[in-house]
Design a binder for this molecule. Structure first.
Ligand SMILES: [Ca+2]
Ligand SMILES: [Ca+2]
Ligand SMILES: [Ca+2]
Length: 347
């Protein structure tokens, strides 16, 4: 982009009669560099979000309920080159095998998502409200107050940050408020819990995060490019890590937990065939050793390589994390689907 602007500027210089007055022809020419306004060049950016569970909310609701059923919802607004746009609400769940991202000690520990990919100049801005939800059957009465306080504060904060320094924003601000209210009403209507809510955005080419009062959320650390937010709603503890980066960087991979499978091997060495050839040796006592497998039917060898066992993991399995008991023969396979994350919004 800069190179194109530069070459255009040079062509303009050569072609401009005023830049080459006739009187100067034949005389030594001194070409002064033309100042180029780079203060508002749009840069292609990506905003990533990583969600990590530290403690599930459902584990406080009784024995046997170890896993949370997590999803996220979001909406936002952009002002790019002076044009305002509402980014309409969406609720994000995996598209395969399960309705929800199950998270906890027996399922996924984390997943990654992309909030947006798009060009932003320093004068542009983008703001998003991100809600982390948990499927539950909670009583509506208890949810209303928590949602109302959190979402009201969040929307006020977002509109203030978005409108700052702008001449007209009222239409988008009203629309955003409507989108966020619809999200909250839908989540409450389903009896789902709000684990946390955060405003995240880009202003002046820099990342910012805010956690208004009553959102059960707090900013643990933040720079112009990264931020960590802790969510403690619904009796749980979740960590959100945001990263603002050039969109030329590789997109993150997001994993979706499918199931746990069990097998047995009493030998010291367990060789698991990996996608693309070779084996990974998993020893007794190893925990969560990742192996990318060729598909849902993958082979493994207990001790002697002449044995050839196979595990029939769920369809769509791309990755297994292998855990072996320190003594005895138990093997646990945590099976995941793996895919490249796609942006929730792009421009
Ligand atoms: Ca819950
Ligand atoms: Ca649960
Ligand atoms: Ca639940």
């Amino acid at each position: 982009m800069l190179a194109r602007i530069l070459s255009t500027a040079l062509v303009a210089l050569v072609a401009s009669p005023s830049a080459m007055p006739l009187a100067a022809v034949g005389a030594p020419t001194i070409t002064k560099p033309i100042p180029i306004d780079v203060s508002n060049v749009a840069i292609p950016l990506r905003l990533r979000m990583k969600v990590t569970v530290l403690q599930t909310g459902d584990s406080s609701e009784g024995p046997g309920n170890t896993e949370d059923e997590i999803y996220f919802a979001l909406a936002g607004m952009t002002r790019v080159a002076g044009a305002e746009k509402l980014l309409i609400r969406r609720t994000v769940r995996p598209q395969i095998s399960r309705d929800f991202w199950e998270m906890g000690t027996h399922s996924a520990e984390r997943f990654e998502a992309i909030v947006f990919e798009g060009k932003l100049a320093p004068n542009d801005r983008a703001v998003f409200g991100v809600l982390l939800g948990e499927q539950d059957n909670a009583a509506l009465g208890a949810l209303v107050q928590a949602f109302t306080l959190a979402v009201t504060g969040l929307v006020e904060r977002m509109i203030a940050d978005y409108a700052e320094g702008a001449e007209t924003t009222s239409i988008s601000a009203d629309d955003l408020s409507g989108e966020m209210t619809k999200l909250a009403n839908q989540m409450m209507g389903d009896g789902d819990e709000l684990m946390g809510a955060v405003e995240v955005g880009v202003k002046g080419g820099k990342l910012f995060v805010k956690t208004p009062a009553n959102t059960s959320s707090s900013v643990a650390a933040s720079t112009n490019k990264t931020a960590r937010v802790m969510l403690t709603g619904g009796g749980g503890k979740y960590q959100l890590d945001f990263t603002l980066e050039p969109s030329a960087e590789a997109r993150p991979t997001t994993t979706t937990f499918l199931s746990q499978e069990k097998d047995a091997c009493s030998q010291p060495n367990l060789f698991v065939e990996a996608k693309g050839g070779g084996t990974v040796n998993v020893l007794k006592g190893d925990g969560g050793v990742p192996v990318r497998v060729k598909d849902d039917v993958f082979h493994w060898h207990c001790g002697s390589m002449s044995e050839d066992d196979q595990t029939n993991a769920p369809d769509d399995t791309k990755l297994v994390e292998v855990t072996r008991a320190a003594s005895g023969s138990d093997i646990r396979w945590d099976c995941y689907h793996e895919a490249t994350a796609v942006p929730q919004y792009s421009w």
